[in-house]
Design a protein around this ligand. Sequence first.
Ligand SMILES: [Fe+2]
Length: 609
Amino acid sequence: VNILGISAFYHDSAAALVRDGRVVAAAQEERFSRRKHDAAFPSAAIRYCLEHAEVGPDEIDAVAFYDKPVTTFNRLLRTYLQVAPRGFPMFHRGTLLWLRDKLWVPYVIERGLRDLGYRMPKDLSFSEHHASHAASAFYPSPFPSAAVLTFDGVGEWATTSIGHGEGNRLTIERQLDFPHSIGLLYSAFTYHCGFRVNSGEYKLMGLAPYGDPTFVDEIHELIDLRDDGSFHLDMRAFGYLDGDHMTNRRFDRLFGGPARPPESEITRRELDLARSIQDVTEEIVLRIARQAAALTGERDACLAGGVALNCVSNARLLREGPFDRIWVQPAAGDAGGAIGAALYEWFQTQGGEREVDDVHDGMAGCRLGPSFTSDEIAASLDERQRPYRRCSSRDDMARTVAELVDDGKVVGVFAGRMEFGPRALGARSILADARSPEMQAKVNASIKERESFRPFAPAVLEERAADWFELDAPAPYMTIVADVCAAHRVPGGDERGGSLAEWVGRARSDIPAVTHVDFSARVQTVNKETCPELHAILDAFHTRTGCPVMINTSFNVRGEPIVCTPEDAYRSFMGSGLDHLVLEDLVLDKAEQPPFADVDEWRSSITAD
Ligand SMILES: [Fe+2]
C-alpha cells in the first residue's frame, strides 16, 4: 500500500512515501526549488518520492495531508474577530493567501498529481497538525509504547500536546491551544533578539550559554505556568494576534528596549535574554514531561514539533526528566509532518501492523533523499571539463579526505542518499578539523558567512563517542547536546568574560571548533550501517590522528538550502571557500578547476537568510 504524505503551505513543504508502514522516501521541496524553507506545493519532492519508489501512475493508494486547513482558517477568523478592528492589515494579507491556495488543498493536490502524470486516489485524508507531529515521533521510534510530546508554534489550534502511543495506536490525551504557545514564546524572543522567526531560533539557543538568566522573573510576569506544564501567556505584550510583529511596546518596556535590529552588534542584553528564555523553555518542557509520564505511565518518550529541535532542552529532559529514554523525530519541524501524516494514515486509520526494532528506528538514518551514481557524476564532469581524481575504493576515498582534513583543508562531501530534515549527517556535509583552534572562525567566515558565536557540530565514530563525549547512548541525529569529556577539556576553558569575540575564540578543549562555552557539543554519533561513507572517513582520520571527531556542518552557503544534486554541490564549492569537493568517489581540487562563470548569477539567486 503506497501512501503519499504531504506537508505544505506554511513553511518547509515536503513529501514522503510510506509503503506498508515503512518510510521509503522523503524530501523537502526547498532542496529541489533551491528556495530555503520553500512553502509551495511540493511538486518536485512528490515526483522524486514516487519515482524513487517506482510507484506507477495508478498506484498511489492514499494521500495524507499533514493538517486541517479549514480548521486553521477558522482559527484565523475567530482570532481576528476577537481583536478586530485591530489586526486588519495582517488579517487581510493572510486571507488573500488562504483564498489562493490553502483552502483548496484537495484540488491543488489533484491538479499537482495530474500535472506529474499520476491519478488522484479516492482516499485523501487530513490529520491534525499535532497528530501528524505525534505520529512522526512515535511510529518510527524504537519503542513499542511511549509517551508522545509535541510542541511547536501552532497547528490548527493546538500548540502543545501529550499523547500515548501503544503498538499501532496513538491517542492524544491533552492539548494546549493557541495563542498560548511555547514555540511562539520562543520565537517572540528570537524576533526581539534580532533573528528571523522560524529559522533564527537556533541562533538564540546558541547564544544562551553566554548569558545569565537575569530576565527569568520578567518572563514569568508574561506567563502563568502551572505545575502540569500548561500555561497562559499575557497577550498584552505580544503582537502576533493583532500586530505586524511578534512583540509590542509593552514587551519592549519589560525587556529593556526595542528589538535589536538584525545584523547589528549583539549586546549583553541579547545574551541574557537568550539564556533566560532557554531556561524558561526547559522548565516548561520538564513540567509537561512529568505530566506526560504521570498520565501515560510510560518510561520512554517520543518528541516532535519545532521546539523538539531544541537539543539543549532535550538533553536536560533526558538528564532531569522522568523518562529513561527519549527519541526525537529528526525532522521535528513541519517537514516531518509529511512522514507523520502518511504513517498516521497507515497505522491509525488503516490499522496497519507495527513491528518495532529496538536497535534500528524507522528513519534509516534520515537517508531518504535522492542519490547519484559515480558514473553519472563523472560523465557530467567530463562533459564540462572539470578535472577530478577517481579513488580506487571507499577506503582510498576515506583516507584521501582524512589526509586533506588533517592538512587543514575544508572538504565538501556528497555521498549517497540526501538527508531528510534540517541536519546534514554526512551525505551532504562540509567536513573540517575540529582540533584546529582557527577552524570555527575560518569555516564561518569563508563558507557559512555567519556569526561566529556558534560552534560547529561534531561527528564522531559511534564506537568511540563515549571516549570524547558524556553520552551513554547513540545520538545519530544531532537532536541532543552532550558535554565534552573532562579528559579532553582545557582546564579553565569555561572561564567567562571579555568581549564576545575573545570569549568565542578561547580554546576550551582538544576539539575547540566544536566545543561551546559551557563545554557542550551538538553531537552526531556516526553509525557504520546508516552513514558508511562518513564512518569510513572518521575511521581513517582516527587511524591517522588518534582523533575520531570532525566538524560536520551542512553543505550550503548562507541563505541557500542544503545541496541536493552534484551540480548544486559544485556551484557551492566554486562559490565559497571550500578547498576540495568529494562527489561519491571522485575528488576535486579547487586549484585545478576551470574558471566558473555562473557564480555571480547563482549568488544573486540566493534569497537572504
Ligand atoms: Fe508544527
